[in-house]
Design a protein around this ligand. Structure first.
Ligand code: DX5
Ligand code: ZN
Length: 215
């Protein structure tokens, strides 16, 4: 399975989003990870659909929208219209998860489910045929720059086993660096989110190439 890199703009300078995005795009990033926070499901507030639709005009990256919001059903149409390619909702925030995932797919988008670190993977058991991507949070959501939680390596391995051969992606998000990349991909993750490790690096374009194994 090939490894895809999804730089998280949460760690970039929001005043220079367009430039930052084209930099990672030109360096070979696959996706763009867009963290949406509502100040309710998580303590922080970030961006919404109007910003996504502006960015859509100047980027060809796969827009990977991570909704850290309560009751995500209310905003799926808005993010779809704004240009999302993947919409990931939190299992803890979606009251009718199977319905939400099917709805995302019915719009022609890829559907993802995110799990907080303490959430057991058993909640995925009956939606395995409805997901394109499982996001194993490797920190508690809400902030960039936190430390990777070591027990999440085992969770990624268990999630890969639970998928029993299905070709769904496993994304990891939070505290991923070049130093723990191999451990987490060996465990079965194939979509890597990196915020600080890309945008706070001395040379972000070089960091992208290093994550992609090109340098
Ligand atoms: C955290 C977000 C992450 C964050 C990761 O709630 O979901 O996507 O940007 O940032 P780093 O890579 O700095 O831990
Ligand atoms: Zn995220």
């Amino acid at each position: 399975m090939s490894i895809k890199l999804s730089p998280s703009i949460l760690a970039s300078d929001y005043g220079a989003l367009r430039e930052n995005i084209s930099m990672v795009e030109n360096a070979g990033a696959d996706y763009l990870h867009i963290d949406v926070m509502d100040g309710h499901f998580v303590p922080n507030i970030t961006i919404g659909p109007p910003v996504v639709s502006c960015l859509r005009k100047s980027s060809g990256l796969v827009f990977d929208c991570h909704l850290m919001i309560s009751d995500p059903d209310r905003y799926i149409d808005d993010f779809a219209r704004a240009g999302a390619d993947i919409i990931t909702v939190h299992a803890e925030a979606a009251a009718h998860l199977q319905r939400t995932l099917s709805y995302i797919r019915s719009l022609g988008l890829k559907a993802g489910v995110a799990l907080n670190p303490a959430t057991d993977i058993s909640c995925l058991n009956y939606v395995l045929d409805d997901v394109d991507m499982i996001l194993v949070m490797t920190v508690n959501p809400g902030f960039g720059g936190q430390k990777f939680i070591p027990a999440m390596t085992r969770k990624v391995r268990d999630t890969r086993a639970l998928l029993s051969g299905r070709d769904a992606d496993i994304q990891v998000d939070g505290g991923i660096t070049l130093a723990n990349l191999k451990e987490i991909t060996d465990a079965g993750a194939n979509v890597i989110v990196a915020g600080s490790a890309v945008f706070r690096a001395d040379d972000p374009a070089k960091a992208v190439r290093q994550f992609k194994g090109l340098e």
